[in-house]
Design a protein around this ligand. Sequence first.
Ligand code: HEC
Length: 109
Amino acid sequence: MLNKPALLGLLGALTFSVSLPALADPDGQQLYRQHCAKCHAADGRANTLRGWLYFAQNLSKAKWQDNNSDNDILDAIQEGPGAMPSFADKLSEAQQLALVKAVRDLRKP
Ligand code: HEC
């Protein structure tokens, strides 16, 4: 017979393992399409109406990619420079890091 704390622990472990796949590997590309593409465009070139209105950065440019570290990109995601919204409270750290990778993948030669 299980006592109450053990049962609670078991329940907790179950819920935890069920939510793990979502936590383990956030899909950066999907997050990018969902949160960023409306301004920076699917390919990062920011050639969207909003990108143009807000002067959004062209994230695909090799020169921009070279001049910005992963930390710079993470800072931008968290703080939201200029007209860009801040994502610090909206996305988990793992999601933010997945987005840094997704931004890197936008690089054009
Ligand atoms: C409402 C439109 C908008 C959305 C949504 C948006 N951005 Fe931005 N973003 C901007 C604008 C405008 C700038 C340029 C601000 C500035 O530095 O003058 C910018 C700047 C950036 C920069 C830094 C550019 C630099 O040179 O320092 C990065 C990196 C970036 N965005 C990534 C993202 C990512 C990743 C997302 C999604 C999580 C996102 N943005 C969502 C408008 C947007």
